[in-house]
Design a binder for this molecule. Structure first.
Ligand code: HEM
Length: 159
């Protein structure tokens, strides 16, 4: 756990150090540290997979289609695979101007959403493994999560 928490912080400091060194050694600017700033790219996978998953899970209950159920389950699994990377690169993306109330919300909501989405994927996968459709409770929790995800993206985009 300590390693998981410490690694992004260590890499973050390494990036900041490299950026600081570039002021003294301009040739270092040839090394483009921005490759580590993948947060805005990776958020799109989570932002796409969660609503697609929910839509197909609702569709599978309405139209009783086995394929829709698989799409619903797999999309939530993919979202759960990407969300730790989103958080990891979010930490690296953090800049000195990212203070204030809205970014504090973005920080805490983002970390919490990662745990919730991984939990949803485990829940959804267990239902899928038993060949059961998404339950009404699961759909309600996922809908609330989707609203929180939209708020999270809105806060990040408006910073
Ligand atoms: C599910 C979780 C998350 C989602 C969906 C999300 C989404 C977003 C989005 C859409 C942006 C705008 C990107 C752009 O176009 O520049 C953004 C920016 C940002 N996010 Fe996240 N984020 C999440 C978690 C986090 C976490 C956990 C952190 C940090 C610990 C973080 C740190 C940042 C930072 C620093 C920015 C840039 C703000 C600026 O422009 O200064 N994010 N995020």
């Amino acid at each position: 756990m300590a390693v998981m928490m410490g690694l992004p912080i260590a890499v973050g400091y390494a990036v900041r150090l490299a950026e600081g060194l570039q002021n003294f050694f301009p040739w270092l600017t040839n090394i483009d540290c921005r490759v580590l700033y993948l947060h805005p790219v990776l958020v799109n996978f989570v932002a796409a997979c969660v609503p697609v998953s929910l839509a197909f899970d609702i569709g599978s209950r309405l139209f009783k289609r086995e394929a829709f159920r698989a799409v619903g389950a797999w999309n939530m699994v993919v979202a759960a695979l990407f969300v730790p990377l989103v958080v990891f690169f979010g930490w690296l993306y953090w800049g000195s101007n990212d203070d204030g109330k809205s970014m504090a919300i973005h920080f805490w909501l983002g970390n919490s959403l990662a745990i919730v989405i991984i939990g949803l994927a485990i829940w959804r996968w267990r239902l899928y493994a038993k060949s059961r459709p998404a339950s009404a409770l699961y759909l309600v929790v996922t809908s609330i999560t989707l609203v929180a995800l939209a708020i999270q993206g809105h806060i990040g985009g408006s910073q």
